[in-house]
Design a protein around this ligand. Sequence first.
Ligand code: NAP
Length: 283
Amino acid sequence: MTARILDGKAAARQIYDEIAAGVAARLAQGGTRPKLATVVVGDDPASAQYVRMKQKNAKQVGIDSEDHRLPSATTTEQLLELVMKLNDDDGVSGILVQQPPPRHIDMTRVITALDPVKDVDGSHPFNAGLVAMGLSGGVEPCTPAGIVALLERAGISIAGANAVVVGRSNLVGKPTALLLLRRNATVTLCHTRTVDLASHSRNADILVAAAGRANLITRDMVKPGAVVIDVSTNWVDGKQVGDLGPGVDEVAGWLTPNPGGVGPMTRAMLIKNTFEAEVRRRP
Ligand code: NAP
């Protein structure tokens, strides 16, 4: 078997087209243009590159953006000051504080200080709480929402499927499990203390690998025909790879390329959340 490709780039393009149409219709009716504010602390080149791509994606669909670069020595208090200013800025629809920040920044305080309506990353405890309660009306975190959108757009049925998520971070694993649960999958959430990971992964109709460990998921750990979502971004010899070992593509029924699978969907969801944040603020 050779897996069918879950093409994140193509699905993201469709989503951008839909957002662009939504923005154009809104402007035609005299509505406001959404604006994304991005904040980067420090000089990590990867963070700078991710934010550049996000701004480019915003521009493509007619969403304005503004970028705030703060030096590495910025304190949590100084970052909080900027967040408060952006919360109060009526021209800003959504705020993204790029992660990871330098280690001395208390990110929990920063996330909690965001206006939940402008929290387009879906990290604020209010939004996370709505996701945990299975309620709509909040902002869903970008990577989990992107994974679910990718599955749904490919017509993959989630209800009743055995879904196994490897990784339980607040950013990726846990909310992915919750969004799959909300769509009636039977969900198993695995982590470093899971005993015999393979016995769980082999039972997965949908396997989401988000551990950040290259080659963690070997071909014998995958059920033939399973849908495999490779979330992780690992760097091996200067090359981006996920968590999948060689040959998984021969066993899986569906597979996300890496790069080109979950990453483009994550960015598309950020732009979608920004548009929806503006609509929610000013219907
Ligand atoms: P994280 O905070 O480091 O969490 C990793 C999770 O994986 C933890 O829950 C950890 O378990 C679990 N884990 C690690 N090694 C494991 C093992 N050997 N067996 C089972 N579980 C294991 O990372 P994250 O923020 O969730 O991100 C995960 C990966 O996705 C990273 O590579 C990140 O770069 C990537 N990512 C990609 C996108 C995208 O758009 N493509 C977006 C966000 C993140 P414990 O909790 O027990 O430590």
